[in-house]
Design a protein around this ligand. Structure first.
Ligand code: AMP
Ligand code: ZN
Length: 112
């Protein structure tokens, strides 16, 4: 396993507040939330970033979005934002693909 924070959370080696888990995905609360609801939706498979995905990952990427919709519903979010930061210049700090599911406050556009 790579020395990776989110791989370790997915393997339950580092604690997190899980809100969803299945064979392919975990979702847990962001430790430094930027919105009243801020959950990270994370594949158990290690991918450095979205642009590291390949065609064979398409079902997984679709599933991550479906999980995000499911979790949003579970958390009673009608409106939400789903964000991927791809690369340092886009704000990525953890090198394991994750979708930010954020809601519970009005969102501005464009993001900074
Ligand atoms: P990004 O900047 O897009 O790579 O997002 C990484 C996110 O991971 C940030 O929003 C952090 O607050 C969050 N984060 C970092 N460490 C942890 C952790 N141990 N548990 C939960 N979320 C974390
Ligand atoms: Zn990883």
């Amino acid at each position: 396993m790579p020395d990776c924070l989110f791989c370790k959370i997915a393997a339950r080696e580092i604690p997190a507040t899980l809100v969803f888990e299945d064979e392919q995905v975990v979702a847990f609360k962001d430790i430094n939330p930027k919105a009243p609801t801020h959950v990270l939706v994370v594949p158990k498979k290690h991918l450095d970033r979205l642009s590291s995905s390949e065609d064979e990952d398409s079902p997984l990427l679709g599933h991550l979005q479906r999980v995000a919709v499911y979790v949003a519903g579970q958390l009673s979010l009608k409106d939400f934002r789903l964000v991927v930061n791809n690369g340092r210049g886009a704000g990525q700090t953890v090198d394991h693909l994750h979708y930010h599911l954020m809601g519970g406050r009005p969102m501005q556009w464009p993001p900074g």
